[in-house]
Write a protein that binds this ligand. Structure first.
Ligand SMILES: [Zn+2]
Ligand SMILES: [Zn+2]
Length: 320
């Protein structure tokens, strides 16, 4: 639990109990990502303290609510950690990422960095048994990446620029390369850049021709503007990283450049998770776990968070 910004401690809490439509899961692994770090660092305020962080989780079903069908105990699962209402206008239109009533695990409802959690059955995805935990903890951020790629409309044979090779940028590089896209990457951290290259991306040469598509994952202020100058006309910029600085670009540049700006917020239920899980099950390369850096035991969670700020790859906590 986060007890105050920057401070975590391992505490005992009562085992949660399963409502009729819920599933009790014994967690086996939870990945750490930028939004966990934003809460950890105090940039983003949780509803209360102490608070359980984490939203990239995998585990095994150990209990089923009375109204749950289609799932069984013993199944390995991943959790889709954004519980949309499924009834509002955006939800009914398939745009569940825009749901007003969406519960965001680890941000607005308690997180997955815990031995046991309950989750609504509709947001629990069974996966093939015995898949590596390193792959399974990457399913949620890989779904964020794949949703961004889907929304961009980029086609095999095209090229693009990915800005930032943190774990989200790495998963995006991997998804795009797998899709047949030529990926150029821009990242100041050498180790992260090397990691992106090992996944099939190429460092952006200074004299590259303009590119039709850009994915911004760093969230660093001022970087989007540089990326927009690299765009061909017409061009598409997909924004995934977040910051609160105003964007320094003129309407003239947007209009004359015929730039489509896409804010890509998480993923839509159920299409995007369904797609990632089925890609995972087909067991075709690439392995999601190729973006993983180190796994830490729960006792070492403080160390895991410290490492996650600078690691080249995804840091995760092994709860198995
Ligand atoms: Zn995440
Ligand atoms: Zn909704």
């Amino acid at each position: 639990m986060l007890t105050e910004p920057g401070a975590l401690s391992v505490v005992s809490v009562p085992e949660p109990s399963c409502g009729p439509g819920e599933v009790l899961i014994r967690m086996r692994g939870t990945g750490l990502c930028g939004s966990d770090l934003a809460v950890h660092a105090g940039h983003r305020r949780p509803p209360r303290l102490p608070w359980i962080l984490g939203h990239e989780g995998t585990g095994r079903i150990v209990g089923l609510g009375s109204a749950v069908s289609g799932l069984r105990t013993g199944q390995d699962v991943v959790i889709e950690p954004d519980y949309c209402c499924l009834t509002c206008a955006p939800c009914r239109a398939g745009r569940t990422s825009a749901c007003d009533g969406r519960a965001a695990v680890g941000l607005t409802v308690p997180g997955l960095l815990s031995d046991y959690v309950v989750a609504p059955a509709a947001f629990v995805w069974p996966v093939a048994p015995r898949l590596p935990l390193e792959d399974l903890v990457c399913v949620e951020p890989a779904t964020v990446a794949r949703a961004a790629m889907r929304r961009s409309g980029i086609a095999p044979g095209q090229s693009c620029l990915v800005i930032g090779a943190g774990s989200q940028g790495l998963l995006l590089c991997q998804a795009l390369v797998d899709h047949g896209v030529t990926v150029f990457v821009q990242e100041p951290n050498e180790a992260r850049l090397d990691r992106a290259c090992s996944l099939g991306a190429t460092p952006l040469p200074p004299d590259t021709n303009k590119l039709p598509c850009l994915f911004e994952t760093s969230g660093a202020p001022g970087v989007i503007e540089q990326g927009l100058r690299r765009l061909a006309t017409p061009g598409t910029a997909v924004l995934i990283g977040m910051n609160t600085s105003p964007l320094g670009v003129s309407p003239r540049d947007l209009v004359a450049g015929q730039i489509t700006l896409i804010g890509s917020m998480i993923y839509d239920h159920p299409v995007d998770f369904a797609q990632t899980v089925s890609a995972l099950e087909s067991r075709t390369p690439p392995r999601l776990g190729a973006v993983v850096s180190d796994g830490y035991a729960l006792e070492d969670v403080q160390e895991a968070f410290t490492a996650a700020y600078t690691a080249a790859g995804k840091v995760w906590v092994d709860l198995s």
